[in-house]
Write a protein that binds this ligand. Structure first.
Ligand code: ADP
Length: 241
């Protein structure tokens, strides 16, 4: 799916949180929204998800006006920071959740759901966790399950908000490598939010640097690293190196 965003603005009261965002994302791309806290990354992600609406601007997906489309019709998978799995459900049932709650007409048969979940458990390299409950998992394992739950609905677009936010540095590094492989294989278009430049540079095909509601620079990681386009970008990179 191709995403086109143009002149997007959003304000909360007096605060202009998004001040005219223009961005295109190609099918299969892995894009990072990188910037300091409060720069508008999550708000932009929520608008794409259909959890928030802009005051003005364009959001098109495959040429279709997505602002007219309800969140549940957008075929999006989410992973939020500290994403809560259902504590009373096993890993298998957590992953199956998005399929089992579908209306009867579009719900796959139980055997088909079970097959899909088994396939995902293999794909995510966690088949041994199928019958465990969330409380019995490590943080990194929970994030894998959360991604499995997001991927179960075969989303056209995956949106990840600080997917490794709460984890320690070594686990983040392991998961990064794993996530990149999984997403490449799945061919999903993915947008993820992070304030961690190492994460953005290592994972993303393209990095979008945001500051105070504007896009400061968009480019491949090495372009941004070698040629920061604005003093803000240079400062931000220097600050968090
Ligand atoms: P980031 O993800 O880059 O940290 P956010 O998009 O979460 O930034 O927030 C950008 C700004 O918008 C912040 O100043 C935040 O306080 C404000 N904001 C976000 N959501 C709301 C809301 N629902 N009501 C009021 N202000 C909000």
């Amino acid at each position: 799916m191709t995403i086109t965003i143009a002149h997007l603005t959003r304000r909360f009261g007096e605060t202009e949180v998004l001040r005219g965002i223009d961005l295109s994302v190609e099918k299969g791309e892995l894009v990072a929204l990188l910037g300091p806290s409060g720069s508008g990354k999550t708000t932009l992600l929520k608008i794409i998800a259909g959890l928030d609406w802009p005051d003005a601007g364009v959001l098109e997906v495959n040429g279709e006006d997505w602002l007219q489309k309800k969140a549940q019709d957008r075929r999006i998978g989410f992973v939020f920071q500290n994403y809560a799995l259902f504590p009373h459900m096993t890993v298998r049932d957590n992953i199956a959740f998005g399929l089992t709650v579908r209306p009867r007409e579009t719900r796959p048969a139980p055997a088909a759901i079970a097959g899909k979940v088994t396939e995902l458990l293999q794909f995510l390299q966690i088949p041994q966790l199928a019958d465990r409950f969330p409380a019995e998992l490590s943080g990194g394992q929970r994030q894998r399950v959360a991604l499995g739950r997001a991927m179960a609905i075969a989303p056209e677009l995956l949106l990840l908000d600080e997917p490794f936010g709460a984890l320690d540095a070594q686990v983040r590094r392991d998961l990064r490598r794993w996530l990149r492989e999984v997403l490449q294989q799945a061919g999903s278009t993915t947008i993820f939010v992070t304030h961690d430049q190492e994460e953005a540079f290592e994972l993303a095909d393209r990095v979008v640097v945001m500051g105070a509601g504007r896009i400061e620079q968009v480019g491949r990681p090495e372009e941004i690293h070698d040629h920061p386009a604005t003093p803000f970008v240079a400062r931000f990179l220097g600050m968090t190196v």
